[in-house]
Design a protein around this ligand. Structure first.
Ligand code: UT7
Length: 326
């Protein structure tokens, strides 16, 4: 007896992108009325000018459906051509049911693989890694990867160390097959976890998100750039080949520290670095696809650009890969 497998393809590539942000804008001045903080501190220490919070009608699923549908339209792929939906999220209101099955149904497709990934702010890059390998091995031809978060549901609005940082939104990518080696647009994922640091970001007994900001800041500014460089090496490239750097939008100072380390390792001065946190806040697994989509909209990222993605957050978890933008 011989078990038959679907023939593998050369690799995977991103076919389309989409994102959504809820309507309600929360400025730093709005937060000044709630906690002892100020616009100057938030802008200089975190880099956020404003962020969006969802309404009662916005959910992880509804925001994911919106971003996912836009990504499908951008890719020119019909929902019925999908073989799987992966939703990266850590903010579902309940552990069951998951987000992905409902999201697939509301996008217009049933009977396909649908599952959630919870690696917090690293989730989108974990999802892209899995989707890329599923496609390369022939398990799937088209996979929709969504990062969707409603962090406002999990915030203590009297805790100034978290309520000023986190926000809501969703971003998505459609990933499909690359039939030739020249078409391959998703590099190998480099991922990992530091479970020994688990307590530094957690949900407490009151269901509020807490973090030891300084400890996470130290970890992110020292451990993440080397992971990003490993992802570049795994793709057979050098830092000078990267056009666009899209780190998880945790804190603009962390983003700048990662960019500095990459330039020291040979990245170009004209490397375009995502700074989407300024107007989106920290949206966990949504931040990377949302940042790319906004950079594309602003003309700062173009089709064919080589982008380095690097996610990191609770777990602690991290993952990154090089992709070619659609
Ligand atoms: O996305 C998941 C991964 N998460 C991260 O990567 C987050 C990493 N950590 C951070 O981004 C930063 O640590 C924070 C933004 C959370 C905090 O910034 P910080 O520069 O590390 O501030 P700090 O905790 O060291 O506090 C510095 C000062 C303190 O005052 P004193 O003791 O020096 O007088 C704080 O009490 O700033 C004060 N402070 C604030 N002041 C105004 C802390 N939070 C605030 C605030 N507004 N919201």
């Amino acid at each position: 007896m011989k078990i038959q497998l679907t023939p593998p393809v050369a690799g995977a590539r991103i076919l389309g992108l989409g994102s959504m942000q809820p309507d309600t804008v929360i400025t730093n001045h709005d937060l000044e009325k709630r906690v002892e903080t100020n616009d100057a501190w938030i802008q200089s220490r975190v880099g956020i000018i404003e962020r969006r919070f969802g309404s009662a009608e916005d959910s992880v699923v509804s925001m994911g459906v919106d971003a996912g549908s836009k990504a499908l339209a951008d890719a020119g792929v019909s929902p019925t051509d999908l073989d799987a939906v992966i939703v990266a999220t850590c903010t579902m209101s309940k552990p069951i049911p998951n987000a992905a099955a409902q999201t697939a149904d509301r996008i217009g497709v049933n009977g396909i693989g649908a599952f959630d990934v919870n690696t917090a702010c690293a989730g989108f890059c974990y999802g892209v890694g899995m989707a890329g390998d599923m496609i390369r091995s022939g398990t799937a031809r088209h996979v929709l990867v969504i990062g969707s978060e409603k962090l406002s549901d999990w915030l203590d609005m009297d805790d100034r160390s978290t309520c000023i940082i986190f926000a809501d939104g969703a971003g998505a990518a459609v990933i499909g097959p690359a039939t030739t080696e020249d078409e391959v647009g998703v590099g190998p994922v480099v991922w990992g976890a530091a479970g020994d640091l688990v307590s530094t970001i957690h949900i407490d007994e009151t269901d509020a998100l807490r973090q030891e900001g300084q400890a996470v800041f130290r970890w992110a500014t020292t451990k993440i750039a080397p992971v990003a460089l490993r992802a570049v090496e795994a793709a057979g490239l050098t830092p000078a080949d990267i056009d666009v750097l899209v780190p998880h939008q945790a804190n603009l100072r962390i983003v700048e520290a990662i960019a500095k380390r990459l330039r020291q390792a040979g990245a170009r001065d004209d490397l375009r670095v995502a700074d989407d946190i300024q107007y989106s806040g920290n949206t966990s697994s949504a931040s990377i696809p949302m940042a790319i989509d906004h950079m594309r909209g602003a003309g700062r990222a173009r089709s064919g650009d080589v982008a380095l993605l690097i996610g990191f957050g609770a777990g602690l978890s991290y993952a990154g890969q090089v992709v070619v933008l659609p």
